[in-house]
Each structure stands twice: as structure tokens, then as C-alpha cells.
Write a protein that binds this ligand. Structure first.
Ligand code: SF4
Length: 328
């Protein structure tokens, strides 16, 4: 990871207009991504992680969704106001994505070779023969045995783990600067999950690719990410270096998430900790701390006003009244 910032997300707001009201799926998200950095975005289902990243690559279905505000600056150029023709050159080329289920991205009717070669020819301008050689090389790097033969097979001829390796090879085949991985291991067996995470870590380090890893699993981010953003109800509530955040979580929600991870030294008779209550309904959410119904430390002000960010050193922020002088 270097000091060079390649992506700046500033006060991003993505709303969905539904019959019941306005769903503020992402409400004022701000973060920077540095060259070669692995950034984890973690939170429960519905916290806005995936919508944040679909917004980053300007792929929100409109209607019902709408990017209601903010900027996504890729090397200083705003992806949200860029003409579609220009953004298509960046998407899949400079910024690539891997989804949870590779079958949603791979076309079941086309051979892997057709899909990979088409992508490389389109984005890299190589001829088909060179593109196929590059595709084989990427499959080899991704740990697919006999890639020269397997490249001509169809997606259903690969196991789930192998399909995810194909997706990783495909996503990295155009040397993207940023790889967005949305729950890339959730659909896989635990042993395969570890292999895929190791592969992503290894390839991103070798190719210098920055990764945004979206996950609900703290286990995934602990071993993989340099920096962590914890999301709750469409907002980042805590952000900082992963080690510091695990060593000393500050936001009560982050503390609860970390406490909920089962530990090997825990007696089997001990009850597993869980955060009480349910995530809030984000339709027409009032401007308070949305975590207050579940928070043991909630104060009066938490029900009236959303806390601004309190900085801890250069790289850490927390949005909680416990750390804000106005809340005292
Ligand atoms: Fe709890 Fe208040 Fe902090 Fe929200 S702002 S997490 S309710 S203490």
C-alpha cells in the first residue's frame, strides 16, 4: 500500500424511492482507497455495503435507485458524472468486480475462453490469439490445473471454488487498478474460502491491485484487509487500520460485532454473544443514531441527533456520542 490515493468517495448518498417512502441505503459515505490497499467494508445484511460499491461504479438501477449526492473521484475524475461511454472503458478494465455467486457473472452458454477473450480484446485491444494466451496465463496464476484445456470448457464443468477462481482470473485479466469483491467467498465451503482468500491476497500483492472487500464476516477482513470501514444503516460508523480496530474497537456496534465472533478458547457450554435487536428499517430513518435501540450505552442525545465523526490520530474515526464533546 502506498500514500497515493486512487479513489475518493465523498459524502456518497444513494436513495431508493419505494411506495413506503425513501430508503436511504447509503447516506453520506466517505472513504479513500490508496494504491495497493485492501479495504474491508463490513456490516450486517442491509447495512449498505453492496449499494455503496455498486454506486462507486455507477451501476445503481434508476428507477428506483438514485445517487442523491456526493462524488466518486477516480484519479480526480468523478465517475458519477462521467458519460456512460467513458465509464464503460473504466468498468471491467481499471475497476473490476467479483460477486458472491460466479454464475451470476459467467454466461452458462459460453465457453470460458469466449468470455475471457472477449473481455481482454474489448478492454486491452489485443488480437484474439494473444488475448487467449493471456487468459490461459491468468487461469494458471489463479490455480486452475491444465488451463490450456479447461479454458475451452463451459462454466458448469467447473466446481464452485474453481468457478470463483475463473472469475478472479477474469477480473484481473485486464490488470485493473481496483478490484471490488462483494462477498466473494460466502457461497463456498470453509476450506475453499481460505484458498480463495489466499489467492486474492497473493494476486493483488503481485499485481499491485487495490481491493475493496465487502463482507459480513470479520474473519475474512481480519486476515486480509489493511483498513476497515464498519457500516451500519447506510453509514460508516467506524473506520481505521484493521489491527487497531480489532485491538480496541470504539463504537459499541463494532464492539458487539467483534464480541459475536466465536473463539476457540471459549467453553462449549458458553452462550455465544449476539447483539440484541434487529437492524433498523432504513425507510424514512430519522436523523438520530440508528443503533440506539440496540445500544447499552445510549444517551438522550443519541435519540435526537446523529453524531459527527470524531478523529483518533490520522487514520481513525468513530461516529458515536460517547467520543463527542457535544454528547457529554
Ligand atoms: Fe450508542 Fe449513542 Fe454511540 Fe449510538 S451514539 S452507538 S446510541 S452511545
Amino acid at each position: 500500500m502506498t500514500d497515493e490515493v486512487i479513489l475518493q468517495v465523498k459524502d456518497l448518498k444513494t436513495y431508493f424511492h419505494v411506495d413506503e417512502g425513501i430508503v436511504k441505503a447509503v447516506d453520506g459515505v466517505t472513504f479513500d482507497l490508496h494504491k495497493g490497499e485492501t479495504l474491508g467494508i463490513v456490516g450486517e445484511s442491509g447495512s449498505g455495503k453492496s449499494v455503496t460499491n455498486l454506486s462507486v461504479i455507477n451501476m445503481i438501477p434508476d428507477p428506483p435507485g438514485k445517487i442523491a449526492g456526493g462524488q466518486v473521484l477516480y484519479h480526480g475524475k468523478d465517475l458519477l458524472t462521467m458519460p456512460q461511454a467513458e465509464i464503460r472503458k473504466i468498468r471491467g478494465n481499471k475497476v473490476s468486480m467479483i460477486f458472491q455467486d460466479p454464475m451470476t457473472s459467467l454466461n452458462p452458454f459460453l465457453r470460458v475462453s469466449t468470455q475471457m477473450v472477449e473481455t481482454i480484446v474489448l478492454h486491452q485491444g489485443l488480437d484474439e490469439k494473444t488475448a487467449k494466451a493471456k487468459a490461459v496465463e491468468m487461469l494458471k496464476m489463479a490455480g486452475i490445473p491444465a488451463p490450456e484445456k479447461r479454458i475451452d470448457q463451459y462454466p458448469h464443468q467447473f466446481s464452485g471454488g474453481m468457478r470463483q477462481r475463473v472469475m478472479i482470473a477474469m477480473s484481473l485479466s485486464c490488470n485493473p487498478e481496483i478490484l471490488i469483491a462483494d462477498e466473494p467467498t460466502s457461497a463456498l465451503d470453509v476450506t475453499i474460502q481460505a484458498q480463495i482468500l489466499d489467492l486474492m491476497k497473493d494476486l493483488s500483492a503481485r499485481l499491485g491491485t487495490a481491493v475493496i472487500m465487502i463482507t459480513h464476516s470479520l474473519g475474512v477482513v481480519a486476515g486480509m484487509c489493511d483498513t476497515l470501514c464498519v457500516m451500519y444503516a447506510g453509514r460508516i460508523v467506524e473506520r481505521g487500520p484493521t489491527d487497531a480496530l480489532f485491538a480496541e474497537p470504539k463504537h459499541p456496534y463494532t464492539q458487539g460485532l467483534i464480541k459475536s465472533v466465536p473463539r476457540l478458547d471459549q467453553a462449549s457450554s458458553d452462550r455465544l454473544f449476539s447483539i440484541r435487536g434487529q437492524p433498523p428499517n432504513v425507510i424514512d430513518l430519522p436523523d438520530c443514531c440508528p443503533f440506539y435501540p440496540r445500544c447499552d450505552k445510549a444517551m438522550d442525545i443519541c435519540k435526537r441527533k446523529y453524531p459527527g465523526a470524531t478523529a483518533f490520530g490520522k487514520n481513525r474515526t468513530v461516529n458515536c456520542w460517547l467520543y463527542n464533546s457535544e454528547g457529554k
